[in-house]
Write a protein that binds this ligand. Sequence first.
Ligand SMILES: Nc1ncnc2c1ncn2[C@@H]1O[C@H](COP(=O)(O)OP(=O)(O)OP(=O)(O)O)[C@@H](O)[C@H]1O
Ligand SMILES: [Mg+2]
Length: 254
Amino acid sequence: MKLEVNGVDISFGTKEVLRDLTLRVEDGEFVSLIGPSGSGKTTLFGVIGGLKQPDAGEIRIEGRITTGERGHVAYMPQQAALLPWRSVSGNIEMALKIAGIDKGTAKAMTLEWLSRVGLAEYARAYPHVLSGGMQQRVSFLRALLSPRTLMLLDEPFGALDALTRLHMQKWLLSIWETHRKSVLLVTHSIEEALYLSDRIIVLSASPATAVDEIVVPFERPRREDLWTDPRFNELKARIYGHLQGDGKAVDDHV
Ligand SMILES: Nc1ncnc2c1ncn2[C@@H]1O[C@H](COP(=O)(O)OP(=O)(O)OP(=O)(O)O)[C@@H](O)[C@H]1O
Ligand SMILES: [Mg+2]
């Protein structure tokens, strides 16, 4: 699904968070957003997902204005928002059932994927017994298995160890390559953005505007040793340069 964000402004009281922000994600495109902490990335996702009304501007999905409307996107929030009174598998199954998948298929899909992310033994557990990283994996699965073809992922792998993170990135890429969903991903890892995306949008500190846009030149499927390509390091330096200008620390590993 094609997404357009046109001239969006949003303020909280006197604090201006997004100013005239315009960006688009083409059908089947993978776009990453990188920007300093507090620049308004999560706020932008709230606007795209219809949870927040912007002060100005509009959201279009497939060309139709959807500003303020919910239900068009698969959204993985920055804080895993699992329903505490449902088991881990219940949380995922419910999302699938809402999406119109029949009960039997939803159960089977859920179990298969839980074991792929190493959580089969937690299927019947309740979210509060999971670690932060485990909750993130469940929340990621909910978004990944949703049939909606626009995914908003807000730092989906932030709380994971390096190896698990690499596995999750590979799954995301393999799902994306098979189903060609449109993805908008927030990350603080420049390397993750370079490894996954077609395009990277760099945001300034708030009020956020796009300060750079990088078309990632690497062929797909992406090689795992991308970092050996000199262009990788050039692009990394370019993005890092923008972020450094804000004096904020950047999480700099995949
Ligand atoms: N509901 C709210 N009420 C008041 N201020 C808010 C609200 N939501 C966000 N803000 C402010 O808007 C700014 C942007 O917040 P946001 O969560 O969008 O940043 P972010 O780019 O996602 O940061 P991070 O990378 O740390 O997740 C911050 O200054 C934050 O305090
Ligand atoms: Mg955020």
